[in-house]
Structure formats: structure tokens, C-alpha cells
Design a protein around this ligand. Structure first.
Ligand SMILES: C[S@@+](CC[C@H](N)C(=O)[O-])C[C@H]1O[C@@H](n2cnc3c(N)ncnc32)[C@H](O)[C@@H]1O
Length: 469
């Protein structure tokens, strides 16, 4: 071990790997979670964050490499914040993800002997995303070689993704393997046009510059929505850029823009202005066509969203007579997926726009048995809720990464629906919640689904049946 402040452990062997993708080592009886390290590897690692019983660390040098390591396929790997797991083949990513689900269910949920079936992988581990948000930046990230050369690097404007861990530096992206075309074509054309036409790019430190960010949404139906975010209004410059995009890419279904003159990058509080086209795109989701507006939340891997919802429907095993609650329903995609097989579906989400979108999609697809309510699930779903609404035969849960609030677990235990299907994007919090429900529910099955190749993220669905009292 070297310095006291940031200890370095030399030649530690990685014994295991955990669900956030860290290798686990146990030097000198301590638990070290090491970023980007695989079982069997031997590394020198520097501690980055120390806790009472464990520490996080980053590799300084690999002394022995796993034979599972492969060459990352993207030239931007390492600096770019996305696609962190490219150093493993997709098959190995899938088998580790499946292992993680069993690991957290056992360690956190204390469920032993639970069979975890093969994770449902993607048909393609590239070009699977339907939404990307690119940043313009006045100060492109410089490579070590550029800095070492001492030469003037000239124009430093960049359009791409933030460098891992840096809000103020952006990596200029040439080809991104996440979204199908015309995503790369549109981004490159916008970059070339705005560089040539001397548009200024945003500088978050001094809050200066005109172009802020650029969102491209695509859909399985082959439609494209583009939103350009400007830092202030300049009607002439805005019109020239939007006109260029519209003429060059007539296949764009909806071209929109936002003026965000605040210090904060979030577009949520700002109005969307419609420039050309339809104002929304259609997405295909099983039997339904969903209208997706510029700011609508929708699952970012639409093909796997359909597979995920197929699993939900398989576990739900509806016969047509049931009342279903879809809690944390977003734009109602699960509710509408199940609506044709249930008597009635009630969806709850705390985002008003999402609920409006859910109602719009209900009418768009001709359903008359769906009701959507805005509010915090914790406040709306009280034990009294079922005195004003039909009691649920099935509750579908799809909470954010933090999982369920303990009050929601308590209400579920009071409501005691006979059947719960729990969809989770964080198997660790899911395992914790399943443990809290374990006295009243048994887990009949789980099914992991991979929505995000090249990342550590996992989606897992659990099928719970009430244990008779
Ligand atoms: C993982 S998303 C699931 C969305 C949807 N089921 C889908 O498949 O697209 C979680 C949703 O929970 C909503 N949400 C987060 N916290 C909430 C809360 N306390 N009460 C109600 N909804 C909440 C978010 O707005 C988001 O739409």
C-alpha cells in the first residue's frame, strides 16, 4: 500500500464481479470494488472512495488480463461516458447479467434456490436505442497526444457526448453505434453546417454560446423526430439551421426546437416549439401504435420493450375479466399492452404530461377500459383506494431505480392483490422490495431481459402470487 490518503493496492486478484459491473477483490481482508476489472484479473488499483466496510477503486495497471476481454469496437471507447462494457463479448455480458440477478436475489433478497432462466438478449447489440441527446460544446476534449504535441489545436467546438465524469467537456463523436441511421448522418451534417457557418457552441462555465444540444428520436415505425436546443433566441440563425436540416433530411417526421436560456441543461421546464412536420412520431408496441411527443418518456430500446412487455403479459396470464393496476405507468405502454386482455386497467404516474399522453394513446388505439391518474403512487394508492375503485386482481409495478417506497409496500400488503408482476430496472432494489413482500407473496418466476447492451444495466421481471393466509 502506498500513500495514506488514496491507498494503492498492488497485484490484487479479482475474485468475483457484482451487479454494477465492479470486480470484487479482498486485499488484506478489505472489500474493494474495482471499476472495469473482471474475475481472474490481477491489477494495481487506487482507491477512489472509502466507506467504513468497503472501498471503490480504479485500475492503475492490469498485471493479468481475463481471457474474456475483447477489443472494444468503438473508437470513442474509454473517454465517452456510454457503452462501458465493450471489453466483453455480448454473450459474456449476458451471462454475467444473468449471474447478477441470481446474486442480488440471493444476497440482498435472501432468496435461495430461485431459478433464474436465460436472460432474453437483444437481436442486435448495436443500434438499439431510439433516443440520443448530443451536446454542443465550445471546448472539445483534447487527447493526451494533442496536449503533448504542444501544437495549436485551433477550433475546439464539438458535438457529441460528455466525457466520462465531466459536465464541461464534450467528445466530438464521429460514429456512434447506439442509434440507427439517419442518426449519425444528421449529427454529422449539423456539425459540418454549423462549423462552416460560424455558429457558436455553448460554454457551460461562462454561460455563453448559441447551440446547446440536439436530440434525435427514431422509432421502429421508421419515423424520426429532431429537437434542437438553443441557448437564446436569434430568429435568423435559428431559421437558417432548421431550414438546412429540413431540406437536407426530408424524411424527418417532426422538427422541433427549444430555447433554454437557464444555467441548467434540463429541457423539462421549457416549451417545445414546433417547426416542421407532424409534432410527434409513431412507435410500434405490440398490438398498439403509440404517439411519442418530443418530451415523452418511452423505453429507449423499443424492440426489447416489446419483449419485456411480452414477459409481463405471459406472467399476467389474463383471462379478460381482471382489473389491473399499472403503477408507475409512464405513458401507459404496459397498461395499453394488457388492455385488450383485461376488463379494466388503471394506471398511475406522477408526471402529468405522461398521463395526458397515456390518455391520448388510449383513444388513439381505441380502448375504452383504461383510466389514468396523476399523482405519487404513495399518495394515490391508499388502502382506501379500492373502496372508490375496483380492487385489483393484478398489480403491475415498474418503479424507477430507487424501487418502492416502504409506504407503498405497506399499502400493497394491506390491499393484498392476489397477483403482482414487478418489473425493475434495478434488481438490487427489487430484491430488497421482494424481501419485504416475502411474508405475503411467493416468487413463482423471474425473467431477466437485456435492454442495454454494452452497459451494466439489467431489467428483471418477477411474478408474485399471494400466499393464502
Ligand atoms: C421505469 S419508468 C416506467 C414507465 C413505464 N412503465 C414504461 O414501461 O415505459 C418509471 C415511471 O415512474 C414514474 N414515477 C417515478 N416516481 C413516481 C412516484 N413516486 N409516483 C408515481 N410515479 C412515479 C416516472 O414518471 C416514470 O414514468
Amino acid at each position: 500500500m502506498a500513500s495514506r490518503k488514496k491507498p494503492v493496492y498492488e497485484a490484487v486478484e479479482i475474485a468475483d464481479i457484482e451487479y454494477r459491473g465492479h470486480g470484487i477483490a479482498r486485499p488484506e481482508g478489505k472489500v474493494l470494488f474495482v471499476e472495469d476489472a473482471l474475475p481472474g484479473e490481477v491489477v494495481d488499483a487506487r482507491v477512489t472512495k472509502k466507506k467504513k466496510d468497503f472501498a471503490f477503486a480504479r485500475v492503475l495497471e492490469y498485471r493479468r488480463l481475463s481471457d474474456k476481454r475483447v477489443e472494444p469496437f468503438c473508437e470513442h471507447f474509454g473517454l465517452c461516458g456510454g457503452c462501458r462494457w465493450q471489453y466483453l463479448s455480448y454473450e459474456d455480458q449476458l451471462s454475467y447479467k444473468q449471474y447478477f440477478v441470481g446474486q442480488v436475489l440471493e444476497r440482498i433478497g435472501k432468496f435461495r434456490d430461485l431459478e433464474v432462466p436465460d436472460i432474453l438478449g437483444c437481436e442486435s447489440d448495436r443500434f438499439y436505442r431510439n433516443k440520443l441527446d448530443f451536446s454542443f460544446a465550445a471546448g472539445r476534449w483534447l487527447t493526451d497526444e494533442e496536449i503533448a504535441s504542444g501544437e495549436d489545436v485551433g477550433d475546439r467546438r464539438a458535438l457529441g457526448f460528455h466525457v466520462r465524469g465531466r459536465f464541461d467537456r464534450v467528445l466530438d463523436i464521429e460514429t456512434c453505434y447506439l442509434q440507427p441511421e439517419p442518426s449519425n448522418e444528421i449529427r454529422r451534417a449539423v456539425r459540418d453546417f454549423t462549423l462552416a457557418e460560424a455558429y457558436s457552441y455553448y460554454d457551460p462555465v461562462n454561460h455563453e454560446g448559441y447551440l446547446r444540444s440536439f436530440i434525435i428520436r427514431t422509432s421502429l415505425a421508421g419515423e424520426v423526430l429532431v429537437i434542437v436546443v438553443f441557448a437564446h433566441e436569434d430568429a435568423g440563425a435559428r431559421e437558417r439551421l432548421l431550414e438546412f436540416i429540413a431540406e437536407r433530411f426530408p424524411q424527418i417526421t417532426s422538427l422541433d426546437y427549444i430555447i433554454n436560456d437557464s444555467m441548467n441543461d434540463s429541457i423539462a421546464p421549457h416549451d417545445v416549439h414546433h417547426y416542421r412536420g407532424r409534432g410527434y412520431i409513431n412507435e410500434v408496441c405490440g398490438p398498439n401504435t403509440l404517439k411519442i411527443h418530443p418530451k415523452s418518456f418511452y423505453q429507449t430500446n423499443p424492440k426489447q420493450a416489446e419483449r419485456l412487455y411480452e414477459v409481463v403479459a405471459r406472467f399476467a396470464a389474463l383471462e379478460g375479466t381482471e382489473t389491473v393496476y399499472d403503477l408507475f405507468c409512464g405513458i401507459g405502454s404496459i397498461a395499453l399492452y394488457l388492455a385488450g386482455s383485461a376488463a379494466r386497467v388503471i394506471g398511475i404516474d406522477n408526471v402529468e404530461e405522461a398521463i395526458e399522453n397515456a390518455r391520448e394513446n388510449t383513444a388513439y388505439n381505441g380502448y375504452e377500459n383504461c383510466e389514468f391518474l396523476t399523482g405519487n403512487v404513495r399518495d394515490v394508492l391508499t388502502p382506501e383506494f379500492s373502496s372508490t375503485h375496483p380492487a385489483p386482481d393484478l398489480v403491475v409495478l415498474d418503479p424507477p431505480r430507487a424501487g418502492l417506497h416502504p409506504d407503498v409496500v405497506e399499502t400493497l400488503l394491506a390491499l393484498r392483490p392476489p397477483h403482482i408482476v414487478y418489473v425493475s430496472c434495478n434488481p438490487a432494489t427489487q430484491a430488497r422490495d421482494l424481501q419485504m413482500l416475502a411474508g405475503a407473496y411467493r416468487i413463482d418466476a423471474v425473467q431477466p431481459v437485456d435492454m442495454f447492451p454494452q452497459t451494466f444495466h439489467i431489467e428483471n421481471v418477477a411474478d408474485l402470487r399471494q400466499i393464502p393466509r
